[in-house]
Structure formats: structure tokens, C-alpha cells
Design a protein around this ligand. Structure first.
Ligand code: CMC
Length: 392
């Protein structure tokens, strides 16, 4: 039935028209709604960038205040959610917990299930999704420690509140270091959107069947989990630790990455679209040096990462294939310096990517896009006769 173009992995297929994020892979340019990522990472806050991505323009001071206020009214998560959250084994992977919890939000906030929401209802779903995500992420961290969850304090802005719920204690006053707040804002901004990547495309395609926002975002979280996508940030630190334990011989590990008979890949290297450099990686590398210095941390794996990058960028294998460090190469070193355990890294990526997923989901709805439904080229058997089971 008709002509089907084959493009496995959608390497050359535009799935939508979008006005959210501009990405030039040849020149290493990334812009959100026309604003260069470098400028946003330097001057903006995560919640301002979230507003920009979702609503299309930077907020005025009043709009930002109203947005922040709306978010602060929805930071609590229904107490009954804890009952099934308690059932997760304490060592289960945070990404599995996160996708399940986000999907479960639809059971507690069922108004999101209405397929044709008014603009106001849609906006309420967006606000709830954003506000509750930070709370849920902090729960997951607290559970890993065996500590009680901390309730939100709505006097704080979004990022400070998240850090407070994560690193705060019920037993004593905790002040969050402004260096940590700044670093977190920067990292979340750098992860906030990246046009039609695997998880954003998943969110759009799930949402295109009129699934609710929680189900769509939960699917995006599952897509992000894999080590070829967001899971790379955890894989990078595990790789660097392994290289450190192995004596720090970077040449040996570069050779392994090049060996086609060895499944090992240099994690945090390479990108489907960037073929020159990843502008996010440049910013993160510099931020990594600054933040570790400000926090007075000396992490041996940072030196190993820099050495790997140096060797790889001179190696013909990586040069010919245009493989450069991506956003995940240095981000984990910062997360670790801020006090997060390795298996929380991809959850932090999800927290950062959430405004992007929401913006993509909202744009898909506003554009009234049809249900996403790719075709295939069938290569199986064409005609077979059914044989009774006794005769097979
Ligand atoms: N180490 C060694 N070789 C690599 C690597 C790597 N990290 N990445 C790509 N290659 C090789 C690959 O083997 C292939 O070689 P050949 O042409 O000889 O077969 C060539 O480079 C092209 O790679 P590809 O896998 O066909 O490219 P892709 O666009 O399908 O995949 C990628 C992109 C990001 C999945 C891949 O580069 C990769 O697996 N990188 C490591 C995982 C990673 O860091 N992922 C995070 C991506 S950025 C953040 C995000 O998306 O969440």
C-alpha cells in the first residue's frame, strides 16, 4: 500500500515541524527558542528556561513570579503514592522507580486523562507534572539512604526546593550552598531540550495517541534510561572508575573502544547529530573545573576523563568518525561533586529534560499532529500453510 521510505533509526527523517530547539550538528550550535545555549547557561535559571521552552518566550518578572507561585502550589505529592513507593526494593534502580512513579501520578491526578483538555486544564497538567517531578526525584534519593522524605518548602524556588528536599534533614537546619544551587541550575538548563532525540520522540509519539501527560513523560523516562541515551552519564562514571582501578592506562581503553570485536564503547563520546563538537560538553567541561575548585574537591577521575578526551581527539579512529565528547562526558563528575550517587545521574538528566518533553508534548497537541505510526518494509515469509501441532 503505497511507497515506503526505509530509514532505520530515523537518521534522515524529520518527524515534525518544531519551533522549540534549533540544533546545527555541523557547526555545534544549540539554541532554545532562538537563544544560544551558552547565554542561557550563563545568565538564566532553570525555571526561566522551562518557561521559555514551554511557553515560547522568556518570562517577564511578573510572569516568572506567577509561574513560580503556581509551581509551589503543586509540589506536594498525594500521600497514598507513598504506599506503593514503599514497596520498591531500596536498591532498585532510580530510573525504574521514576518511570513507575510518574506513570502512577495519572492515577492520583485523573483529570489529566481527559483527552481534549481546555488550555487551562492542559496548563494545570503541565504545572503539576513539573512541580511533582522534583518531589518524586527527591523521594527516590531519600529512599536510597533509608531516610524519611522531606516535604517541600514553598518559600524556595524550584531548584533550591529540590536540593532542600534532597539534601535537607528533618533533624537539623541545612543551608544549601549557593555554588551547588548555581551548578544544578546550569546542568538542568543544559539538559532541558534537544529537539527530536529518542526520549522526546517517544513522548511525542505516545502523546499522539492522546495518552495523558504522565504516561507520555513516563515513556520518555524509559527511553532516556538506556546507556546510548541518558543512561550514558552513569555509564561514563562507571567506565572512568574502572579505568582508574585498572591503573589509569587510557591508551589501553582507547584501543578497546576502537576494537570492533570488543563491545566496549567510549561512553560519553559520539553523537547522532553533532559532528564537530557538542556545545553542551564544552560548557560542562569548564563548569566542572570551576565547580570542583569552588567546592574544594579533587576528583581523580576528572584527570582520567581529560586524558581520554585528549588521546581520542588525536586518534584517527575518532577523528574520521567525528566522535567528540557529548553532554554526558563530564556531567557525572559534577553530579558526584554535588553529592549525588552514580545511579541517580540519569534521574537528574530526566529532571532537566522534563521541560523539553513537556514543550514537545504541548507543541504536538497544539499542532494537532496525527497519531505517530511509522510503516515498515516487510521481509518475512509471504505464504505458509498451517501445519497441525502434532505434525510439526
Ligand atoms: N566509542 C567507540 N566507537 C564509537 C562510539 C564510541 N562512543 N560512538 C560511535 N562509534 C563508532 C561506531 O562504532 C561506528 O563505527 P563504524 O562506522 O566503524 O561502524 C561509528 O562510530 C558511527 O557510530 P554509530 O553508532 O553508527 O552512530 P549513531 O549515530 O547511531 O550513535 C551514539 C550515536 C551516541 C549512540 C553513539 O555515538 C554511542 O553509542 N556513544 C556512546 C554512548 C553515549 O555517550 N551516549 C550519549 C549520547 S548524548 C546524550 C543523549 O543522547 O542522551
Amino acid at each position: 500500500t503505497g511507497y515506503v521510505t526505509l530509514d532505520i533509526g530515523y537518521k534522515n527523517t524529520g518527524a515534525t515541524k518544531s519551533a522549540i530547539t534549533f540544533l546545527d550538528g555541523e557547526q555545534g550550535i544549540l539554541k532554545y527558542r532562538g537563544y544560544p545555549i551558552e547565554e542561557l547557561a550563563e545568565k538564566s535559571s532553570f525555571i526561566e528556561v522551562a518557561y521559555l521552552l514551554i511557553y515560547g518566550e522568556l518570562p517577564t518578572a511578573d510572569q516568572l513570579k506567577a509561574f513560580q507561585y503556581e509551581l509551589s502550589r503543586h509540589t506536594l505529592v498525594h500521600e497514598d503514592m507513598k504506599k506503593f513507593f514503599d514497596g520498591f526494593p531500596s536498591k532498585s534502580h532510580p530510573m525504574g522507580q521514576l518511570s513507575s512513579l510518574v506513570s502512577a501520578l495519572s492515577a492520583f491526578y485523573p483529570e489529566s486523562l481527559k483527552p481534549s483538555q481546555t488550555t487551562e486544564e492542559l496548563n494545570q497538567s503541565i504545572i503539576k507534572m513539573l512541580a511533582k517531578m522534583a518531589t518524586v526525584v527527591s523521594w527516590i534519593y531519600k529512599k536510597s539512604l533509608g531516610h524519611p522524605v522531606i516535604y517541600p518548602q514553598n518559600k524556595y524556588d524550584y531548584v533550591t526546593n529540590f536540593l532542600y528536599m534532597t539534601f535537607g534533614q528533618r533533624t537539623e537546619e541545612v543551608t544549601i550552598d549557593p555554588v551547588v544551587i548555581d551548578a544544578m541550575n546550569k546542568l538542568l538548563i543544559l539538559h532541558a531540550d534537544h529537539e527530536q532525540n529518542c526520549s522526546a520522540s517517544t513522548v511525542r509519539i505516545v502523546g499522539s495517541s492522546d495518552s495523558n501527560i504522565y504516561a507520555s513523560v513516563s515513556a520518555g523516562i524509559s527511553a532516556l534510561w538506556g546507556p546510548l541515551h541518558g543512561g550514558a552519564n552513569q555509564a561514563v562514571i562507571e567506565m572512568l572508575e574502572k579505568i582508574k582501578e585498572d591503573g589509569g592506562d587510557t591508551d589501553k581503553w582507547i584501543a578497546k573502544a576502537k576494537d570492533k570485536n570488543d563491545p566496549f564503547r567510549l561512553m560519553g563520546f559520539g553523537h547522532r547529530v553533532y559532528k564537530n563538537f557538542d556545545p553542551r560538553a564544552r560548557i560542562i567541561k569548564k563548569a566542572c573545573d570551576d565547580i570542583l575548585e569552588k567546592l574544594g574537591i579533587n576528583d581523580e577521575v576528572l584527570e582520567i576523563a581529560k586524558k581520554l578526551e585528549e588521546v581520542a581527539l588525536k586518534d584517527p579512529y575518532f577523528v574520521e568518525r567525528k566522535l567528540y565528547p557529548n553532554v554526558d562526558f563530564y556531567s557525572g563528575i559534577i553530579y558526584r561533586a554535588l553529592g549525588f550517587p552514580t545511579d541517580m545521574f540519569t534521574v537528574l538528566f530526566a529532571l532537566g529534560r522534563l521541560p523539553g518533553w513537556i514543550a514537545q508534548w504541548k507543541e504536538m497537541k497544539e499542532n494537532k499532529e496525527p497519531i505517530g505510526r511509522p510503516r515498515q518494509i516487510y521481509v518475512g515469509a509471504t505464504s505458509k500453510e498451517y501445519v497441525d501441532i502434532a505434525k510439526r
